[in-house]
Design a protein around this ligand. Structure first.
Ligand code: GLU
Length: 482
């Protein structure tokens, strides 16, 4: 009897202890969940949901899938957090800001200008870029010099964009007659495409987008700037606890300090300025008239070497503008402009034979690629190889030494690119082994190839068939600007 009472007491104690434990555990879990920060929630889920938009500066199709400056920056940020990015595409800019402010997405990365009005809805990160807003006009029409020269309804602008905010401000300040047409759910790229087609004459586009787009929309040219450079930043919900935002700020500050940010900027925007209107027009004419004869050969060379055919074609364009009978005063010849020695090395017996030249050139690229240490990652390895191929590997090595002396990383093309031109200056070339070199040339060479490559990637992946066809259509008479 006594024993049973003891047992009962024991059982009651066990029961009470279990209940207490469960209660504490439940409270702890509730507390934990309730108190987990925005940043912790993203990390627990393993996914960062980012609202973005399609634009050449933000998110577009690249050679290996989605690419763009914002995409690269977000991928780096997500990696830093240990999560995967997931991009979503709200239909309008207003939806994009709405999804951000309501917390439907974790953040927005869309080349957004951090404007005063938007700050009422969202919180902005540290700015990672500055752009000017440019009024773009159609070449061959009268170029306006200021807003005063724009007639009613002539300006076409994306609704709720920073551009519209600027125009609203200018209108209420001292231009009550200023009017424009606004487009909901249509991006600047579509407006540029319509301008190129001749459907509209004037629009407003961020400077970095103008720079990239004018290689494809060849009638687009800047008329004037609307104002001073504006900060571009990521947007976050205002009502959040700020932990994700401050992680972003830490990341961006760090990226700036280490030069990662500047390298990404140089990678995405650094070479596009080199193509002027004539280069662009000629390039597309040659895509139409010359490339069809050789594309299958570039593809064949790609099969043999594993190098993207569009890259081989870009090199071929830089070398000879796709002319099989090209010859230079220094005796290099053919589509890939091979020297006699190089040709011999890769088994080319007739340098003017396009098939031999293209396959030989591709094979030679593999051969010289071995001169660049294999630890160097792509795309740096490739750009350094091309630079070395152009200027000579001894000079390239000298530029890499100068880069290192300067505290830069000699394994990054964008760093070496800055030092190559120093080889024209005595105070530098006299300190290295191979002396003077025309160091600007490999920089132009690689920049040009990257431009052609970008454009061929765009050409082979775009869904904007109308623009592509327009680029290839027979030239219309080029009217001088009125
Ligand atoms: N920076 C512009 C903005 O924030 C980009 C908008 C656009 O080009 O559509 O509104």
């Amino acid at each position: 009897m006594q024993r049973t009472a003891r047992e009962a007491r024991f059982a009651a104690i066990v029961m009470a202890a279990t209940l207490l434990f469960c209660g504490v555990a439940a409270l702890f879990l509730m507390y934990r969940h309730g108190s987990s920060t925005e940043l912790e929630r993203v990390q627990q889920r393993g996914e960062l949901v980012v609202a973005t938009r399609h634009a050449p500066t933000v998110y577009h199709q690249g050679a290996e899938g989605p690419d763009g400056f914002e995409v690269a920056l977000i991928r780096a940020f997500a990696k830093h957090l240990g999560v995967k990015p997931k991009f979503v595409f709200p239909e309008t800019l207003d939806d994009l800001l709405g999804a951000t402010s309501s917390g439907k997405v974790n953040m927005a990365a869309a080349g957004l200008t951090a404007t005063a009005q938007r700050r009422e809805r969202v919180s902005f990160s540290f700015p990672y870029e500055y752009v000017t807003e440019q009024v773009v006009y159609r070449r061959g029409t009268k170029r306006p010099k200021s807003l005063d020269e724009i007639a009613e309804g002539e300006l076409h602008v994306v609704a709720d964009s920073s551009h519209e905010e600027t125009l609203n401000r200018l209108k209420s300040n001292d231009r009550p007659n200023l009017t424009w047409q606004r487009y909901v759910g249509i991006g600047t790229e579509t407006l540029l495409s319509q301008l190129d087609e001749g459907k509209l004459r004037l629009t407003v586009v961020d400077s970095n987008e103008v720079e990239l787009s004018r290689r494809v929309y060849k009638h687009a040219a800047t008329a004037f700037e609307l104002g001073d450079p504006q900060p571009i930043a990521w947007a976050f919900p205002r009502r959040g606890d700020g932990t994700l935002l401050s992680a972003a700020n830490d990341f961006l500050r760090q990226a700036q300090k280490t030069g990662h940010l500047q390298r990404l900027q140089a990678r995405y925007f650094g070479h596009s300025g080199r193509m002027n209107f004539v280069d662009t027009r000629d390039f597309w004419r040659h895509v139409r008239d010359r490339l069809p004869d050789y594309q299958h050969l570039f593809e064949e060379a790609a099969d043999i070497t594993g190098i993207d055919w569009r890259l081989l074609a870009a090199i071929g364009y830089q070398e000879s503008h796709w002319q099989a009978d090209a010859v230079s005063p220094t005796g290099v010849r053919g589509i890939m402009m091979l020297t006699q020695g190089t040709a011999r090395q890769v088994g080319v017996t007739d340098r003017n034979d396009p098939q031999q030249s293209i396959i030989g050139g591709a094979k030679y690229l593999k051969v010289v690629g071995r001169k660049i240490p294999t630890r160097i990652k792509e795309p740096h390895h490739l750009w350094l190889t091309l630079a070395g191929y152009n200027v000579g590997f001894g000079h390239l090595e000298d530029a890499r030494i100068l880069t290192e002396r300067d505290g830069g990383n000699p394994d990054l093309w964008l760093e070496v690119k800055q030092r190559l031109p120093l080889l024209t200056k005595k105070e530098y070339y006299s300190t290295v082994k191979n002396g003077f070199a025309r160091g600007n040339e490999p920089v132009n060479y690689v920049d040009n190839i990257r431009n052609y490559y970008d454009l061929l990637v765009w050409y082979t992946t775009t869904t904007d068939v109308a623009t592509r066809d327009r680029l290839l259509a027979a030239e219309e008479e080029q009217k001088p600007d009125l």
